[in-house]
Ligand binder design. Sequence first.
Ligand code: ZN
Length: 632
Amino acid sequence: MFNLGGEELLKQIVESLPDKADISEARFEGAGVVVFTRNHEFLLSAPSYLREVAKNFKLRVEARADTGILMPVEDAEEVIRKIAGNAGITSIFFDASGSRVLIEVEKPSVILGNGAEKLQEIKKKTNWTPVIFRTPPLKSEIINTIRRILTQNSKERAKFLHEVGLRIYSEGKEPKWVRVSFLGGAKEVGRSSILLQTPESRILLDCGVNVSSTENAFPALDAPEFDISRLDAVIITHAHLDHSGFLPFLFKYGYEGPVYMTHPTLPLSVLLQLDYLEVAQREGNIVPYSGKEIEKMVLHTITLPYEEVTNITPDVRLTFYNAGHILGSAITHLHIGEGLYNLVYTGDMKYAPTRLHEPAWNKFPRVETVILESTYGGNDDIQPSRREAEEKLIEIVKKTQERGGKVLIPVLGAGRSQEIMILVHEAVKSGKLGEIPIYVDGIVWDATAIYTTYPEYLHRNIRKRVFSTEENPLLDPMFRRVGGQKEREGIVSAKESCIIMATSGMLTGGPSVFYFTNLAMDSRNSIIFVNYQAVGTLGRTVQRKPEEVVINERGERKVIPLRMEVHTVDGFSAHSDRKQLIAYVRNMEPRPNLVMTVHGEPGKCVELASGIRSVLKISTRVPNVLDAIRLK
Ligand code: ZN
């Protein structure tokens, strides 16, 4: 890593290029460098030069055209449309401050296929650098808004990214110590947040809320070691609110630095955060931030693909790997100093294949400590196999359908919902199940739209199918969008059998509560719980199958007889069970020295830690919230 300072680094990079490169400007774009050239020939041949430069300086270097040689916008657009052919361009945005043209297309494979020849041709003919985005196949307000925010503020964004680069490559010394403080999500599920400190860096890993608690809903940002004005970076492992829900709050309190996450995690987080605000407002709970702060968060977010090593501070490099949990979920690997220390934070993960994702990644160049989730780490947390779970769910749906009932599946919005959509789709297509409409309510639909926009983050089987035929099973017309209250009322009063997927997953608010109160007293109906039900939630109560449940509807006590069938189908968890958690560590390469268990009820964190200690002979720790632990 560098201790020359950012400006000096840019100077040295420019000096290392041949004279004919004719560079007019060099600047940072986050951890990477962009050089702007006045020479068309150099622009085209730059990749081969820059590969060497990148290796020497250990960072990404890209060449783009100086504004002086860019083809005028109208002409360029005509050329691009011709080259794109039948890719289905839906929008073109010319970002003059970055000499890039952002092209949104329905079929990216048409442009990206064939060794990306078409990209090269666009550059060759126009000098603009094309960047391709997939048009959301299902309309996505969220993705459109995010793309609009980023393009409308492209100048401000360029300035921000340059400043981030200057900070990353500012002068720094090799660190001598590493410590972590647990600000939330230790011996509990919810408000995950860990502060990592070195002499040079202060990095926050996740910033979640606990939606099922009012007392300890937010991370302990009042811990003395947390100083928002000195925070260098935030990393978000995935979009679920217990990992991302408190992030916009940082921007309300003056955070100006970068947030790192994978591409799909950004729209999914925004979706869940907006929903969280809406529910909080409706239920009269604390509303810790507003849409304004979410917008600020978008402007400060740097999205990364899996397996790309990125410098994020003078002494820390970040790499995301697939976590198999939900779209874009990431195992976070941090390389600290020049080989001083390596930390893996799993976030939530699934160490087994599912229909949508491949198993969580556990091979790293180096690793000393793992911070491991423990949601299902207890001694008794052995999940049935995915196949058994799938068969059980299809069986319940089939029986409910036969007696003319409706199936309610409360879900988290992103993850299991799409997993179950794929499962039912396949069951209907193969004749295991009769035709049945699936109503996908509100944000579950919006999340599905995001899933269809990033097929490259899905299991290779789906990925292949989408890229070869541009066909995605999630786009089947059997899935029907539910947009508002009127439609909901129509669905519960209609005679036909159906499946309803709605948030919240723990019946803590949102449309699932409406469906539940309207379907609970009819014994033909079924409710199927497919995810974790936290202590104190209505979901947890219903799961115990009492004769009646009491709910609070706008301050009014309502007693509902519980006659519908109540099922819990465990094997769908997007989390690893105990066996998978232990196998994840056992098969990890290289073997870690220390495992810290977090993200679980106290007993489960403790039981998982002792399991790992006795079976794998690896040291473990079970931190509490506010514990600070020195790793090196
Ligand atoms: Zn999660």
